[in-house]
Design a protein around this ligand. Sequence first.
Ligand code: MN
Length: 261
Amino acid sequence: MCVDARGIIVATPAFLEHAGMSSAAAAMEAPMNFVIPPAPPAAVPVHGGGLFPVHRIYCVGRNYAEHAREMGFSDREPPFFFMKPADALVAVAEGQTGQIDYPGLTQNLHHEVELVVAIGKGGRDIPASDAAQHVYGHAVGLDMTRRDLQAQMKKDGRPWCIAKGFEQSAPVGPILAAQGRGPMTSGAITLAVNGQPRQSGDLRELIWSVAETIAHLSRAWTLQPGDLIFTGTPAGVGAVVRGDVIQARIEGLPALNVAVR
Ligand code: MN
């Protein structure tokens, strides 16, 4: 994006390409005449350099048996999904500690450490056997949750948006490209608060694997390059308060540290 001599914002070819417009339109560099400035795309740093632009954030609910049990559910069920807006992302650079503000309307802000899958190639009705070729890479993420509001919404049979899709609810660490490494099907996934262990599991305990999740999700929505999928959290979710530092880890991926202020 740039501003021309008349003060009109002009979309650059890179922006148009990101916005899904044709290369012919991009070549024209047509003035866009946005009536208010468009929001910049959300993006996550890639380990080794570059930025991954974020399109949508999908999340899988109750995808580890022990966590499903702690939430009061026991039966295996088909995967279910919810979303966070892309601008709920808090991208944390390698070696940094991210910052999130304790949100309003809650007295019970919970941490959920999750494997995040970054989609590099879109598609619909993707068979699980082809899923790996749609994955750009992986990262550690936090599905921050206003648990008290979620409990109320569940009780009332209402949508979870207010519990899951609030601002700064999706901290994500650097993406490690999958190329040459293959799919992530095992490895320790843990979370500590101020150095005290809270969550512990292994990716092999996922009820629905990454490949199966992509298969299910791509039946409901056409996946796009730039989509992130939060794949669910192991047992041990709990509350954080202002001043806490969350240490989220998945074996083989860059660490994610986030302070609550
Ligand atoms: Mn979650």
